[in-house]
Design a protein around this ligand. Structure first.
Ligand code: M6R
Length: 366
């Protein structure tokens, strides 16, 4: 059942090239320059006329929502707010019939997310679901939706659900950008082509597994760990930290790299590993200077970099390379080494990777 892998989590990490392909199969028609998604086509006016999009989700799905915020605003120029479902639903939020709410949920059963969409519907919003489990409560409760088609995710730590959620949300953003005319034809085509190449690039990123294992061995006894990223890779930093916390029980925090100097930099000493996502197109120079700040305080740096990188390599204690891609697509690649890093650390510490303590696969309590 684990397909020769030691854990479901590792199997699901390795399934990502195919899972992403399954997500865009039949939807991404590169040659024709078309993105086909019935749930969007049938409701395109709702999206194009929306005042804003409100994303509601929890945990890893909330991180996928944050990536979506960057891509929707950047490409489709639609304002996006990303909300923890549990906060949104209890704070008397302002919702109007001109709002589109996107609920993201792997299981489709998360109680707070379900309650948030009921509230949004009651206030007249159009609610769109991005779920993995077909026929789940959230999938049924939403007005329309798009499944991620990732296949069953058994490991409590979400991996392929995250990258396939980002894939669906990217398809939607590109489709809306095209419909609105906020992206040039050539840019649109370029994004489509690059998206089609993502599965093979994920497969390449997975090949760093042995090297990542060595890095994991060096840092497995750390008590704390920081994850930094900017722009599209800020949510990836949050996701990397969540993965480490939930399966290895090491305290980890994700931060926007530039926020370091507003407090967390005080934590840096020679005991502190800092994982920095520093890919070439993502505010590279700025991240390099953030790395210098950490280095001068003796922090240990693990850089997630673009293949062939030279600057971060000079500064970092370790680098892990991922293939080059367009910046909006980079989270699909930079996430991979962070999943593997937490996986190996948890295994080395003898933790129950697939069923970490205190956690359930779907949180059906409020
Ligand atoms: O099924 P959902 O996507 O609604 O679940 C949301 C969170 O409970 C989930 O992502 C959780 O944070 C994972 N354990 C993270 O790995």
């Amino acid at each position: 059942e684990k397909g020769g892998f030691e854990h479901f989590m590792l199997k699901e990490i390795h399934e990502q090239p195919n899972a992403i392909k399954d997500t865009y199969r039949g939807r991404l028609l590169v040659k024709e320059g078309i993105i086909r998604m019935a749930g969007i086509d049938d409701n395109i006016e709702k999206f194009l006329n929306a005042n804003r999009i409100i994303v509601v989700a929890c945990g890893t799905s909330w991180h996928a929502g944050l990536v979506a915020e960057y891509i929707f605003e950047d490409l489709a120029r639609i304002p996006v707010e990303v909300e923890y479902a549990s906060e949104f639903r209890y704070r008397n939020p302002v919702i109007t019939s001109n709002d589109v709410v996107i609920a993201i949920s792997q299981s489709g059963e998360t109680a707070d997310t379900l309650a948030a969409i009921k509230l949004a519907k009651a206030n007249g919003a159009f609610v769109f679901g991005v779920c993995n489990v077909v026929g789940s409560s959230i999938a049924r409760e939403t007005n329309a939706g798009a499944y991620t088609h990732a296949g069953p995710e058994i490991g409590v730590a979400s991996t392929k659900a995250f990258t396939t959620q980002i894939t669906v949300l990217t398809l939607i953003a590109l489709k809306l950008a095209k419909a609105k005319g906020s992206i040039s034809n050539s840019d649109y085509r370029y994004h489509l082509q690059e998206l089609e190449l993502i599965p093979e690039k994920v497969a390449k990123a997975l090949k760093s597994d042995e090297h990542i294992k060595q890095v994991a061995d060096i840092y497995k006894d750390a008590r704390n760990c920081l994850y930094l990223g900017r722009g599209y890779n800020f949510p990836v930093a949050l996701e990397g930290a969540l993965k480490l916390k939930e399966i290895s029980y090491i305290h980890a925090e994700g931060y926007p790299a530039a926020e370091m100097k507003h407090g967390p930099i005080a934590l840096i000493d020679e005991q502190m590993p800092v994982v920095v996502v520093a890919t070439k197109k993502g505010h590279y120079e700025k991240v390099v200077s953030n790395i210098q700040e950490i280095k001068s305080r003796k922090g240990k740096i693990i850089g997630i970099v673009t293949e062939g990188d030279i600057h971060v390599k000079e500064l970092a204690d370790h680098i892990i390379e991922v293939p080059e891609t367009l910046e909006p697509l980079s989270p699909l690649l930079t996430t991979i080494p962070l999943q593997l890093l937490s996986y190996h650390i948890a295994v080395m510490l003898g933790k129950n990777v697939d069923q970490p303590r205190n956690l359930a696969k779907s949180v059906t309590v409020e």
